[in-house]
Design a protein around this ligand. Structure first.
Ligand code: SF4
Length: 112
């Protein structure tokens, strides 16, 4: 198996390695391929964020994740300071690794 095939398989796995590769991919595309992210969100993403906060705890719990009086999650730096990784999550079907996320993508709309 060559490196491309290995990566293509591992980046979609529900494993720690898969999470780690998606985090690297998220950082790389968010930094160098913002055009791809904007187009993917505009053409492939449907649904809404319902504020579960689970994407703020991928691999590690974000230190800026807060809880309000009703125990709902919120971002302490919401706005201009919020990193691109967070603003754009999830930007495509590979990036979308939380099955209960309110966003869905063309090709995996059957998820709940
Ligand atoms: S996992 Fe999805 S629904 Fe939950 S907070 Fe993140 S973007 Fe919103």
């Amino acid at each position: 198996m060559n490196l491309n095939a290995w990566y293509g398989q591992k980046v979609t796995e529900r494993s720690f390695l898969g999470q780690f590769l998606r985090k690297l991919r998220r950082f790389y595309l968010g930094t160098f391929r913002q055009d791809y992210i904007a187009q993917s969100i505009a053409t492939n993403r449907q649904g809404d964020c319902h504020r579960c906060g689970l994407c703020c705890e991928l691999i590690y719990k974000c230190p800026f994740l807060g809880r309000d009086g009703q125990n709902l999650p919120y971002c302490r730096i919401y706005g201009d300071l919020r990193p691109a990784n967070c603003r754009n999550y999830p930007f495509d079907a590979i990036d979308s690794e939380i099955d209960t996320c309110g966003y869905v993508f063309n090709g995996n709309l059957q998820r709940n």
